[in-house]
Design a binder for this molecule. Structure first.
Ligand code: ADP
Ligand code: MG
Length: 361
């Protein structure tokens, strides 16, 4: 399976006022067979990076390797990649089969072999019954599958996907992401998947690179990024988070826990080495806040707050808190536990393992 290596990859676009650095010094190795996500807000450079990998635009500097092969300056058709575009870009005048078989025809594969592969691909994406339909007769989800089948039909060692689910409604989006993982893993292809949707990335990624303003700011599994974000940006981009600024009292103890001086008193949390003496932010996920009576016994990371609101979201319930100094936090519990009057003082507790200490930005 094909590893994809990016070395110091940058793209600058000329603008009326000089240059825009869309992608800056990206160095990254995607392992062969990996389902790898590029995740970041709109405009952070995801599509630009993907288009450089596909060969649609040349980098301003840096190199791209597919396996041992330097493909930096190769045109798209000489690379071992296929791309699924955000708007699917199906050919409207061709049938579903025609679309899926097109790449094979271009590669001059004889008709019988071509038909065989098209049949298999349609089965894989579960759309065989629409083989003779035209794209305009299909729903968004069906078009998305055809686009995927078309890209996979040429058996690309590297599949590039640009927000492939963004035009679908929520239920179909959730179902299709598992289909994509199943298909990609079944084909043994290396896949690089671009999205701004953190839920999509957390659900199916092997690893995620979070991007901001053209740069990669952290790489890891979804769980690593969620539990140990390296910055407030990453913490806020992957899920909800509560923050509490403070100062580090000293070095970490032998178990790696720091004592943080905050406006709410001392807090204990975990963080990377080398934060001694720095301004930091404690990051606490909503589901880590344990709600209790105001006068319940204390201990480490025991706080009080004003509970101001409950919100039911179906699979969870959220509560809004106002803490001393006007800090606003959000907590989460199972819906059945969402009860009790609002606008009252409550107690809170957080396990030190659920307090991530981040350098202040
Ligand atoms: P994303 O896919 O993460 O939303 P893009 O890669 O499309 O972001 O864009 C990154 C930045 O580069 C944006 O500021 C965008 O306006 C700019 N950009 C993208 N393509 C071009 C182009 N062809 N010419 C000039 N600027 C561009
Ligand atoms: Mg984009």
């Amino acid at each position: 399976m094909l590893p994809v290596v990016m070395q110091n990859l940058s793209k600058r676009f000329p603008t009326a006022r000089g240059e825009l650095a869309a992608v800056q010094e990206v160095t990254l190795t995607v392992e062969g067979g990996e389902l790898f996500f590029l995740l970041g807000p709109s405009g952070c450079g995801k599509t630009t990076l993907l288009r450089m990998l596909a060969g649609f635009i040349p980098p301003s500097s840096g190199r791209i390797f597919f396996g041992q092969r330097d493909v930096t300056l190769l045109p798209p058709e000489k690379r071992e990649s296929a791309m699924v575009f955000q708007n699917y870009a199906l050919w409207p005048h061709m049938t579903v089969s025609g679309n899926v078989g097109f790449g094979l025809k271009v590669r001059k594969l004889p008709r019988p072999g071509r038909q065989q592969i098209v049949r298999e691909m349609l089965q894989t994406v579960r759309i065989s019954d629409k083989a003779t339909a035209r794209p305009m007769e299909l729903s968004g989800g069906q078009q998305q599958r055809v686009a995927l089948a078309r890209a996979l039909a040429v058996r690309p060692p590297c599949l590039l996907l640009d927000e492939p689910l963004s035009n679908l409604d929520a239920a179909l989006r959730a179902a299709m992401r598992w289909e994509i993982r199943r298909i990609v893993k079944g084909a043994g292809t290396t896949a690089i998947y671009v999205t701004h949707d953190q839920a999509e990335a957390l659900a199916i990624a092997d690893r995620i690179a979070v991007m901001n303003q053209g740069r990669i700011v952290q790489v890891g599994s979804g769980r690593e990024l969620y539990e140990n974000p390296a910055s407030r940006f990453v913490a806020e981009f992957l899920g909800q988070a509560n923050f509490l600024p403070g100062q580090l009292a000293g070095a970490a103890d032998q178990d790696g826990f720091y004592q943080v001086r905050t406006q709410l008193g001392p807090m204990t949390g975990h963080g990377p080495a080398g934060l001694e003496g720095r301004s930091v932010t404690c990051c606490i996920r909503p589901e880590s806040l344990r709600l209790m009576e105001q006068d319940a016994p204390g201990g480490v990371n025991r706080l009080t707050a004003r509970l101001v609101e409950w919100t039911h979201l179906g699979d969870s319930a959220r509560f809004r808190l106002v803490l001393e100094g006007g800090l606003e936090w959000i907590g989460a519990v199972m819906p059945a536990r969402a009860s009790g009057p609002t606008d009252r003082q409550v107690g809170l507790k957080v396990d030190p393992r659920d307090v991530a200490v981040l350098p202040a930005e």
